[in-house]
Ligand binder design. Structure first.
Ligand code: IDP
Length: 139
């Protein structure tokens, strides 16, 4: 049995709307172990760097502005098949297309303000976790 890790953020919309507790409960109830966790806020340059892969996309400016607009919760999660299982738990990028019972279906506000981030590969999970957490913050 191989456990793997993924990285998530509870985005500013879901934090502002009071959903931290419910989202963390859904994550742990789905079998994920929290190995790093903090409430923090991205600077504009943090958000630009984190989403650099989207720099050429038309929504990049709005995404950076939104993601640096207020506090977020950053967390690294451990589970068998963590990346894929977490993407299933959060649902489609657009909450209008997200399956019933997914985090985005329940808590997202819109396509851009969609409540949570989830890494899309094991490699990016490691990069994103290191972006947010020092070694002493990883358990
Ligand atoms: P993901 O978060 O489901 O992996 P990505 O395509 O990696 O989706 O996009 C990153 C984030 O950028 C999304 O979660 C969403 O907040 C935002 N985003 C993606 N596509 C659009 C769009 O077409 N308009 C506005 N914002 C978007």
């Amino acid at each position: 049995m191989t456990t793997t890790r993924t990285f998530t953020m509870i985005k500013p919309d879901a934090v502002a709307n009071g959903h931290i507790g419910n989202i963390l409960a859904m994550i742990t109830n789905a079998g994920f172990k929290i190995v790093s966790l903090k409430l923090t806020q991205l600077t504009v340059s943090d958000a630009q760097a984190f989403y650099a892969v989207h720099a050429a996309r038309p929504f990049y400016g709005d995404l950076v502005e939104f993601m640096s607009s207020g506090p977020i919760v950053a967390a690294t999660l451990e589970k068998e098949n963590a990346v894929a299982d977490f993407r299933t738990l959060i649902g489609s990028t657009n909450p209008a297309e997200a399956a019933e019972g997914t985090i985005r279906k329940l808590y997202a506000t819109s396509l851009s303000q969609n409540a949570v981030h989830g890494s899309d590969s094991d490699e990016n999970a490691a990069i994103e976790s290191t972006f947010h957490f020092a070694t002493r913050e990883e358990f």
